[in-house]
Write a protein that binds this ligand. Sequence first.
Ligand code: ADP
Ligand code: MG
Length: 474
Amino acid sequence: FWEEAVKQIQEELTEQEFSLWFNRMSYASSRQDTIIVSVPSSFYRDQVKSRYLSLIENKLYELSGSRIAIEFQVQAVPSNSAPEKNQTRSVSPSSSPRGTSGSQPRSGTQNPSAPVARQEPAYRNRSSHHPSLKREYTFDNFIIGENNAFAANAAMAIAKNPGTGYNPCLVYGGVGLGKTHLLQSIGNSVYQDFGDSKIIYVTMENFTNEFIQAIREKKQHMFKNKYRHADVLLIDDIHFLQKKPETQEELFHTFNALYDSNKQMVFTCDRPVSELKEITDRLRSRFERGLNVDLQPPSYETRYAILKKKIEAAGVQIPEESINLICENVTTNVRDLEAALTKLIAYAELVNKSITVEITKQQLKDFFSSPIQKNITIAVIQRNVAEYFGVSVQELKSKRKTKTIAFPRQVAMYIARDITEYSTTEVGLEFGGRDHTTVMHACDRIKERMKSDPYLVGQIDSLKKAIREASNRA
Ligand code: ADP
Ligand code: MG
């Protein structure tokens, strides 16, 4: 089962992700309902646990039909590239909040031919965990700052009294700001406090796919039955619903059924509902009922607090100067902050070095600057921006001055100037032959607005990312 599970997981992950986390993990042994897996370090184990444990467990469940637990054993694997494992990076097991899981102390004199294995206790409260939720997504692990306090407090209030207060609730904000974390925290908390409630967490994408499949297999009644009998329905990323009229229709009825029986619903969205162009008015007005709260990008202080907490949880030591450097430069969102930290720790772990400011600068240079990428065309920018704002590329290039078109056009021009080397004249030509002063003016407008609108900063940031990715794929 292990091999088959890993094979299937390989198909689901990117090659890079798979080789980073799965290549250094190996089957060790098994007993009863438990598979024991070797991992090279405690950092690895914690990363794999938080990223992939649910995925692995679910795969094993699918394949075997029974619940199989995973135990990790940290095994100092003798490595050819680094036969002398000098322990220079300090790992402090005592500071690990996971207590019992403790990092395995390694020493420079360790004999690689006699690796010290340390077995961990099986994950004891596995059964007390809701299968579709990540156990790390709890309120305890969520750092509250001025950017997310309103949303976090609303989420906690909902978790205490599901269905009786803010219903429905919609949390919106850009990528990586903690929407999924908060949504699942509600689920985890309700699961703990009201064990017999029927909690459903689902992404809008999976809801849609399930619905399509139900129709195909003529099992709509089962689908309806499932969703219309939830006590707490948590739907992540409802913006996915745009341009899917049949799923919108189905969700509309699900909403009404749950709303009428005072069942709690919480949704997340990457923008305010008023900006969801391609959904029906009646559904939009349902989402706008109840409470709408936003998540903003974190301030320096909040970024610092989050980073500190994550560093402590990883049980690693990072110089204060490096922490400051990351906080100053990775400003976009929490996901990027985490990714920067993970990259740094992974590097130090793999080359067995302690983290210094130089290593931080060198390893995180991609996070610290946004380099000009040669393969980005204005056409790709136009396509992505048009799609995001629900207008057409022709409209972006047209002379029309209505706000709904002029604004996306300005955003597209700004991005074009920001991440390509095209001149204002060249950009102007691509936008229906406009003058270069128009492009300059557009860029100034957007820059000015970004100063007072962190939400726009987030939008532009995710657009840039999408454009970079699309260009690399092309
Ligand atoms: P979104 O769903 O908005 O794109 P996520 O909820 O996936 O964002 O958050 C991205 C990552 O950042 C997750 O690993 C999450 O745990 C972490 N994160 C976000 N906000 C916080 C926070 N306030 N405190 C701690 N971790 C956070
Ligand atoms: Mg999310």
